[in-house]
Design a protein around this ligand. Sequence first.
Ligand SMILES: Cc1cc2nc3c(=O)[nH]c(=O)nc-3n(C[C@H](O)[C@H](O)[C@H](O)COP(=O)(O)OP(=O)(O)OC[C@H]3O[C@@H](n4cnc5c(N)ncnc54)[C@H](O)[C@@H]3O)c2cc1C
Length: 373
Amino acid sequence: MVTCDALIVGGGPAGSTCAWQLRRAGLDVMVVDAATFPRDKVCAGWITPQVVTALRFDTEAYAGRRTCQPITGFRVGLIGGRGETAVAYDRPISFGIRRCEFDHYLLQRADARLVLGAPIASIRRERGQWIVNDEIRAPMLIGAGGSGCPVARMLNGVTHARPLVVAREAESRIDGADAESLAIEPEVPELFFCRDLQGYGWCVRKGEYLNVGLGRLDPRSLPAATVRFIAFLEARKKIPPRFPWRWRGHAYAVNARPPRRIVDAGVLLVGDAAGIADPQSGEGIRQAVESGLLAARTIIEADGLSSRDRLEPYAARVQARFADAPISGALGRIVPDSVKIVLAGLLLEAPSFVRHVVLDRWFLHRHQLALET
Ligand SMILES: Cc1cc2nc3c(=O)[nH]c(=O)nc-3n(C[C@H](O)[C@H](O)[C@H](O)COP(=O)(O)OP(=O)(O)OC[C@H]3O[C@@H](n4cnc5c(N)ncnc54)[C@H](O)[C@@H]3O)c2cc1C
């Protein structure tokens, strides 16, 4: 039997961030992941300023041979709409990364003991210790296994009733000739809202890669909405005619009430396992990183104790950090479609609304300072 102070299930941004902080505090940490790294993850790969600061992410040192696309503006419109509203910032306001590179980098940097290519087969608790896969024993267990996390299932059962973002994306390298002919700039990703405001599509150039996708709060209409979105992008020369569409789909829970149980004796959930992605933008990397930090802070303050009451402050911290997530999905469901189409069209043509509400508030959360590390 191998032992450690903290065992983290899942080596995505939530797990690696938690591991990084616990290692910095001197704990013996193991990360178990079903995948071998580098592994990819279905994602547009947009990271916001709070992520860069909280991770102490040196974008220049990271870039080297990896993709790290500075984003200095956005174009925002309606799928099928007449045009887009452009918003520019005077410095990089976000970055576009590739998850196969980013997640691998963070996991290596965490400096934890890694057990990769090892799906979780069993979790049991004996005399205040967790025993995972009959091989690893630890007093602290952190569930960071994303939307299908086995630790989250153990704590909450299967939670079908929660609002889910269902999304599909395709990412591929674009060759020189195609890149030149595209009407989309690398520094300025484009976002297009669905007319019923139940989701949005994106078209993002990250260095030599193009990433196109669509996310919705309504799973049944995703295939038809994707077809409409692609036709719209083609007509506007936003995507090359020979783009190899290898769609990858995924569903994950957004922050909603009642919150999931994310704390119990000796166990915490972080990232998608905690169901805290942003319901407005679908952003989940920031929530993964920040919950990883908050979990590590709570474990360090508990000073070797892992009773439920010592870990309970974590739930309050997560609640305080993500409680103000807006609920446009719910609003979208009660406003009739005919009203939404007119309203959305008008609002998305107003530069001030697009900059201050859609981008600064809903997508970039500029009112929230980054967490200290
Ligand atoms: C199409 C799409 C686009 C997105 N775009 C963005 C974006 O641009 N920006 C953004 O911020 N967010 C985006 N998100 C959300 C974001 O990808 C997730 O919120 C984020 O990856 C959550 O990180 P995590 O560490 O919690 O989980 P994950 O990144 O999913 O990592 C979980 C890890 O756990 C491992 N694991 C799972 N099950 C087991 C098991 N049984 N045993 C062992 N290991 C296991 C997995 O192999 C994986 O490595 C997008 C999501 C989708 C679907």
